[in-house]
Write a protein that binds this ligand. Structure first.
Ligand SMILES: Cc1ncc(COP(=O)(O)O)c(C=O)c1O
Length: 380
């Protein structure tokens, strides 16, 4: 059994072959434009494709104009990309705790973490979940802070029908194969309308610091080095795959949502004493996209016994998010004045079950049969 599985369709193969035959393999091609147009409609604002969510985060941090001496608040329960993006800009990071229910940044803890150097907040939408995102957005607006949403895991997640990634100044999406929809490696930067003056800067940065994109649009007679830049544009071959994936994404994701629902119903009904908490789709006004399904055990032994028992039955299950503040590289930034014990508890007790788009009911049943069997031998 796979933990994550990429799905491919005949339409994807056809689009890829067409892009291949066209010879347009580099970035900024016809498929990239089509994908950007679909995503602009989906998010209701400007979107640029990037090679990864990591690069989208780096660009988002750059657009905030951060530099040495600035500080960015982010959770320790996170993927390292957001922290790396900040450090690459020369700014430093300050860890914030996560909320005990959603495992996303705790907005109520922010006030106490601010200082003169704080310039931005990065929120990670864990498993496509969110927590008080409107309050967080309002808090940042009032304090004059940029808000970046690391929505790598959150395509398809909404709050009151509004897509995650569109509440802050910038949102970043991942199209890595492990995400709900993927093209191998890929990402997108979502930009709030109030930053529409940054279009030229974004286009130049993505295209090696040149105004090549404006030139291709016919807005320039020739193109030249016009700003600082890098190379963040994805290959049109990958965008061909993504284009077809996006055509059926909402339908495909319903299967993933159904698998998540079956998991949640099963563990709710089981109410096993060793399990403290499990993924639920709806938290307040927030609807996640079933990016992942987790169980949180009461203690580390429960987690280890469960993972070991599942492995023995051929079902891979994993812990998640080694907290940044305890990681080999990340511990140098731990200020020790913030209580990050929840993050350590999550690493010790949280287990992810296999879940992927187009996961069949039989596959879900195999996981649940094994889980029931293993849990019989685990006492609460
Ligand atoms: C929360 C989060 N942010 C960023 C990333 C990095 O995404 P990418 O592989 O597209 O750079 C990931 C990848 O798993 C992630 O989970």
């Amino acid at each position: 059994m796979d933990f994550c599985k990429t799905y491919m369709t005949e339409a994807m193969k056809k689009a890829l072959a067409e892009a291949f035959d066209s010879g347009y393999w580099h970035g900024g091609g016809p498929y990239t434009k089509r994908v950007e147009s679909i995503l602009r409609q989906r998010f209701g604002c400007d979107v640029w494709m990037t090679t990864s969510c990591t690069h989208a985060l780096e660009l988002a941090v750059r657009l905030c104009g951060l530099s040495e001496g600035d500080e960015v608040i982010l959770p320790s329960f996170a993927y390292p990309s957001a922290a790396n993006a900040v450090l690459l800009s020369g700014a430093s990071i300050r860890y914030a705790p996560v909320d005990a229910v959603s495992y996303c940044l705790d907005v109520d803890a922010l006030e106490g973490l601010l200082n003169d150097k704080t310039k931005a907040v990065i929120v990670i939408h864990y498993g496509g979940n969110s927590h008080k995102i409107r309050e967080l957005s309002e808090f940042c607006r009032k304090k004059g802070l940029f808000l970046i949403e690391d929505a790598a895991q959150a395509i398809g997640s909404t709050v009151d029908g509004k897509a995650l990634g569109t509440f802050g100044d910038f949102g970043t999406i991942s199209f890595h194969s492990t995400k709900n929809i993927g093209c191998g490696e890929g990402g997108a930067l979502v930009v709030a309308d109030r930053h529409s003056d940054k279009r030229h800067e974004i286009e130049c940065f993505l295209e090696k610091g040149t105004d090549h994109t404006a030139f291709k649009r016919g807005d320039r007679e020739f193109y030249q080095w016009s700003a600082l830049g890098s190379s963040y544009v994805p290959s049109d071959l990958l965008m061909a795959i993504l284009y077809e994936g996006l055509q059926t994404f909402d339908e495909d994701n319903k299967v993933r949502l159904a698998a998540h629902r079956r998991y949640a119903e099963f563990f709710r009904a089981l109410a096993h004493p060793a399990i403290l908490n499990h993924s639920d789709r709806v938290k307040g006004e927030s609807r996640h996209n079933a990016h992942l399904f987790y169980l949180v055990f009461r203690d580390k032994i429960g987690m280890q016994d469960f993972i070991g028992g599942m492995k023995a039955r051929g079902i891979p299950c994993y812990q998640h998010f080694y907290p940044l503040h305890t990681a080999a590289f990340g511990r140098q930034f731990d200020m020790k004045d913030t209580d990050l014990s929840m993050e350590e508890h999550l690493w010790d007790c949280l287990v992810r079950l296999p879940l992927y788009t187009r996961m069949s009911q039989d596959e879900v049943d195999r996981v649940l049969t094994a889980a029931a069997d293993v849990l019989e031998s685990i006492h609460g």
